[in-house]
Design a protein around this ligand. Sequence first.
Ligand SMILES: Nc1nc2c(ncn2[C@@H]2O[C@H](COP(=O)(O)OP(=O)(O)OP(=O)(O)O)[C@@H](O)[C@H]2O)c(=O)[nH]1
Ligand SMILES: [Mg+2]
Length: 194
Amino acid sequence: MEVNNVSMNLSAVSAKQYPDEGYPEIALLGRSNVGKSSLINTLINRKSFARTSSTPGKTQTLNFYNIEDQLYLVDVPGYGFAKVSKKQREEFGVMIEEYLTTRKPLRGVVILVDGRHAPSDDDISMYQYVSYYHLPTLVVATKMDKVKKNQWNKTTSIVNKTMNINQTDQLQLFSAETKSGKDEVWQWIEDHMK
Ligand SMILES: Nc1nc2c(ncn2[C@@H]2O[C@H](COP(=O)(O)OP(=O)(O)OP(=O)(O)O)[C@@H](O)[C@H]2O)c(=O)[nH]1
Ligand SMILES: [Mg+2]
């Protein structure tokens, strides 16, 4: 998609705050600091529209990015971070669960994993969770600029195998640094907007 107009329409912590235009939504999920906000910035050709940070846990609400009045990209807070309290973590859990399980315009999810390492137990659980709810999923292995090209096939097979990715889902290697994989991620999103 050619993106010229983007606005951060709103942040939400509960269903009554979700937007109501009915545009299709694609949610971005992944461990804190994995690169969700950076992926959004890459997709919309901005350097720092979605706030990125080296401090885990920067994004703490569901952030709905209005793309060309056609689509919302939803930045979901990272799961599994150490720096917030157990109570806070539980509240995030409820917020994310409510969104993923009740949201009608939600067409699919992008799960980001760190391409430098094998997927964690949290990554695997998150994928099993969304699969249970039949949410079409694109797994994005990111930070691939940190992985040598001759290791990319290995990354593909490790992520595929560890996450046990369904036939109907897809895996894409990606880098926010080099923009590698950007067109393929857009293609998947557009295919799932209908
Ligand atoms: N080398 C490299 N660094 C990246 C890439 N994507 C993100 N980063 C870096 O990783 C850090 C975290 O990125 P964010 O996009 O803020 O991560 P996030 O998933 O939104 O984090 P939370 O909002 O805390 O959940 C930042 O320092 C980014 O610059 C990438 O593709 N390559
Ligand atoms: Mg973020």
